[in-house]
Design a protein around this ligand. Structure first.
Ligand code: HEC
Length: 171
């Protein structure tokens, strides 16, 4: 083997490194371009499906006044509407039709208000959430809510504690 001056060796390894780095960069660039192209092609191919999906996501909120349904059937089991869990009673159909269009009945089931309290919730939804004017149905809806989802009366004295382990104070 011939003796090669040291600076020559290091020069050639540096050049190799440069070449290698350049190669890596261009491969990475190429992969990026391919990914973008594939994305473009896919989005063009599936454009109708994507826009349909987006429409279905936004349609609920874009419909300003979803018409309250009028013919609502209710199936009652144990005094509760099977579909919503709302208690049976006068006005159930109206509440089902007007109050479960935007959110589930859970928001009603988990709340207890007086008639005034329910009224102010309805006003709040009308002012801020796009709830429509309930017209002549409002009184019946409020009657139903106040009758079935009123604050519980305080139960009086609490139940006495049981199973207490008393201990002697030591001094
Ligand atoms: C137009 C859409 C819409 C309709 C119809 C609607 N609500 Fe709501 N309601 C909302 C929105 C939006 C919220 C807020 C939900 C949240 O906080 O996640 C809400 C919240 C509530 C809450 C919770 C309020 C609170 O302070 O936590 C109750 C109770 C409620 N609604 C009852 C009703 C009743 C009763 C009706 C029928 C008269 C009704 N909603 C109809 C949109 C509506």
């Amino acid at each position: 083997m011939k003796n090669v001056p040291e600076n020559k060796i290091s020069n050639s390894t540096q050049e190799k490194e440069k070449l290698f780095n350049g190669l890596i960069k261009s491969v990475a660039g190429l992969v990026g371009v391919v990914i973008i192209l594939v994305g473009l092609v896919l989005s063009v191919l599936f454009q109708p499906e994507i826009s349909a999906r987006l429409n279905s996501l936004t349609s609920e909120t874009s419909e300003e006044n979803p018409a309250p349904l009028t013919d609502f059937s209710t199936e009652l089991v144990d005094g509760k509407d099977v579909e919503t869990g709302l208690l049976a009673g006068d006005g159930l159909e109206l509440v089902k039709a007007n109050c479960t269009a935007c959110h589930s009945s859970a928001l009603i089931l988990q709340n207890r208000f007086t008639r005034e309290g329910w009224h102010s919730k309805i006003e709040w939804m009308q002012e801020t959430q796009g709830l429509w004017d309930l017209g002549g149905n409002e009184a019946m809806i409020l009657d139903y809510l106040a009758a079935n989802y009123a604050p519980e009366a305080p139960k009086g004295r609490r139940v006495p504690l049981t199973g207490i382990e008393w201990y002697e104070l030591k001094d």
